[in-house]
Design a protein around this ligand. Sequence first.
Ligand code: ADP
Ligand code: GLC
Length: 471
Amino acid sequence: MEILHVSAECYPVAKVGGLGDVVGALPKYQQQAGTIAKVVMPAYQTRFREAHSFELVHQGGLWLGHAWFHFNVWKEVSNVLGFDLYQVDIPGLLDTPGVYGYPNDTERFLAFQIAVLDWLNEWQHQPDVIHCHDHHTGFIPFLLLYGYKYSRLRDIGTVLTIHNAQYQGQFGWDKLYLIPSFDLWKSGMLDWNGAINPLAAAVKCAWKVNTVSPSYMEELINHANGLESLLSTERGKAMGILNGIDDKVWNPATDAMISDMYTEKDVAAGKKANKLKLCEAFGLNPELPLFVFIGRLVGDKGADLLPEIIGRSLHEHPNALNFLILGSGDPHVEWMLEQAKQYAGEHFNVYIGYNETLSHQMYAGADFLLMPSRVEPCGLNQMYAMRYGTIPIVRATGGLRDTVTDFGDAGGFGIRFMQASVADVCHAISRALELHDSKTKFSKIRKTVMQLDHSWDKAAQHYIDLYTSLK
Ligand code: ADP
Ligand code: GLC
């Protein structure tokens, strides 16, 4: 069986968040499980592209409405990722330094999808399944069913993975002319609430749909940013498959990005050494418990709560803890965090920006990881944290609920709270400080979380079962 993943991100080529991690890891584990897995993504201007060699495998041209674009499909020659990587290069559209956030994102990702399908139309062989990730690839299942040009590809099964239903990529019907010609009687398949909605179209047209955790699947029936009734109607073909982590990239015993490597046998000394370097770099006292947050500074992650959480916790527990934050996003949250440095003194620091190496150092050097998410379809940070012996403090939602149990419950190992509120998070932080003081319990939980198996092996098999069920 051959699977072609189509995605806007793939680590280490281009990553904005967890989507990149998933598409960089899942195909590798699928290959190990005996499936042929390939990835096609846009050819952004990245360091990876400059540092690796590519061979040209296809040249074509496409119409995007009235505009003509030339495109090339390139294949990475050394197979450095452990699977075939193809990149679609469309000068003038996809040759951007960043992944998202351009005014013409609708055109960019539509052209990407048209180029992928045009290429597949001419490829000598076809994959058995096209696995689409998020709304950037959501027109593919629709076009395969109803696009006049693509009837030759109609037998290829399609799977849509919803990594985050908050983002749907919708745009007005005035841009219908951008979509390659299709059976107009099927226009309704593109529509949701009076707009063209690629995520909704994919939910309707993909042969199977999955979310990245079972709890998120259930939650979407009631909270899906407007798609609730659609997901409830299509529930029969949908399921939740919990993400895994790439335990080769995220392994404190071999991680070259951290200052001192360690295993669960020497976790106390290993984390202490990493914490020392991290605290030195950010002017924090290494003797105090260190709470970190890593992620996009947006409302869905509860990032707007952080300044008040920091202020209140430092007031309730003077000189008893430190905070370090890594992230970027909402400019107001970034500004509030910069301001918080003034009142939090030497107990808080923040790095505004994206820094892969620092994220590894923080998972390794921290005692606790905060995730007050309002929405968390899966969440990878909590699994990375646990692999590095850092105890997660999470709101019980989506994938956080499926991966973290509370240490107060039998067999539990993390800290859970119910509401994304300052009061709930501060209460959880107080519990964390008490746990930190119970030395034996704390060190036992640290070891427990490091031993949990979140590798992709299990999930890769679930996906293979899903593909098999298409035939
Ligand atoms: P999401 O995809 O919703 O952002 P996930 O928890 O699935 O959330 O994945 C986030 C990924 O992005 C993790 O690998 C995390 O370490 C990484 N990450 C997020 N923000 C940053 C940042 N500012 N610098 C480095 N890595 C980051
Ligand atoms: C999305 C979700 C996140 C999930 C990631 C990978 O970005 O917000 O919760 O872990 O996709 O599936």
